[in-house]
Design a protein. Structure first.
Length: 257
């Protein structure tokens, strides 16, 4: 990743933070985009303390003007962009479909799906200058599993990310840009802090597995660093012939639930 510039959205915690620090260790200059400036600054300080280079920026990924301004600042200050990790996302509201309000649906779709579109949309003019890589952080939910009761908005946004990535992988390949997706399962992050669940007990059908729902680890969730390692691979030249694909980082969880 030496001499490359990588943009990571949702950098303040979890997979975004792990991806930012992992790419920085690989030699990339990391642009950490946080929902608040404080969260972006905190990660930038961590990267710099380890000897890396970082540019912290603030933007709501669902706000087109804010995302466009952030990409313009990257161009003005760094002059290039090689990697985009579209990670910013929320769980949002999980509720029965007849209780989920339209504004709750829209809020999840705006951050997770529209935010991914806007990030890539305004990054493309920079990426195509020298070629590059996009890694979209989706989920096993909506792509291979559908057992999280009440998560219709979340799962739909994650399925949409996968379809979007496949479409633009074909479109951008002739221009030297690869697009891939990671689909994490249960990962130890703070995303549950932005989840509101209402009346989801008893929804759907759940199978019970005596040895735990994750074949590799039983009940132990994966770590954000494990996802970051896969992101780093997809962003690197080691994945130069990989595009339009998804990698499930879930310890086999989506095979049994």
């Amino acid at each position: 990743m030496s001499q490359k510039v990588a943009l990571v959205t949702g950098v303040g915690s979890g997979i975004g933070r792990a991806a930012a620090t992992r790419l920085a260790r690989g030699g990339a200059t990391v642009v950490g985009l946080g929902h608040t400036q404080d969260s972006a600054d905190e990660v930038a300080d961590e990267i710099r303390a380890a000897g890396g280079t970082a540019l912290p920026l603030e933007a709501d990924v669902g706000d087109a003007a804010a995302v466009r301004a952030a990409l313009q600042q990257i161009d003005d200050e760094l002059g290039r962009l090689d990697v985009v990790v579209a990670n910013a996302g929320v769980n949002g509201v999980w509720a029965p479909i007849d209780e989920l309000e339209p504004d709750e649906w829209e809020a999840t779709i705006t951050t997770n799906l529209t935010g991914t579109f806007l990030t890539v949309r305004y990054a493309v003019p920079l990426l195509v200058r020298q070629g590059g890589a996009v890694v979209v952080v989706s989920s096993i939910n909506g792509t291979r599993t559908f057992s999280n009761s009440g998560a219709s908005a979340y799962a739909t946004s994650k399925a949409g990310q996968l379809a979007f990535a496949r479409m633009i992988a074909v479109e951008l390949a002739p221009r030297g840009v690869r697009v891939n997706v990671v689909c994490p399962g249960a990962i130890d992050t703070e995303i549950s802090d932005n989840t509101e669940q209402r009346h989801t007990d008893g929804l759907g059908v759940r199978a019970e597995y005596p040895d735990g729902a994750i074949p590799l680890t039983g009940e132990e969730p994966g770590s954000a660093d494990q996802v970051a390692d896969v992101i780093a691979f997809l962003a690197s030249d080691a994945a130069s012939h990989v595009t339009g694909t998804e990698i499930f980082v879930d310890g086999g969880q989506s095979l049994v639930v």
